[in-house]
Design a protein around this ligand. Sequence first.
Ligand code: FES
Length: 121
Amino acid sequence: MSWKHVCNIDQIPENTLKQFEIDGISIVIANYGDGFRAFPPYCPHMEEPLAGTGLIEDGVLTCSKHLWQWNMGSCEKLGMAEKELLIYELKCDDDKILVNMEKELIYQYDEADDDDDDFFD
Ligand code: FES
């Protein structure tokens, strides 16, 4: 276990997300009203930075780029989302937010399947 103090609770107002860099690893902390979540900084769809494109409302995180959504309470995908959000373990200790940063969570993105040059090979 490698719990790191990432920030304090009052740094993340309700329904907002903020990106942090801890020991060379970028993570986003979200306050979804009923609690906090920590996840990698990019959307699992197309590497959009969620600190910029992510919106939180009624406990749901939405990537505003193509509207993939996740329930922040259960972490389940919703609607059009095709991939799970990777989640770091998080706990609150008084006013501190601690995240288990033992291993960086990284998405595997599909190669674009639009290489028309293959036709002429
Ligand atoms: S990049 Fe986030 S939904 Fe497409």
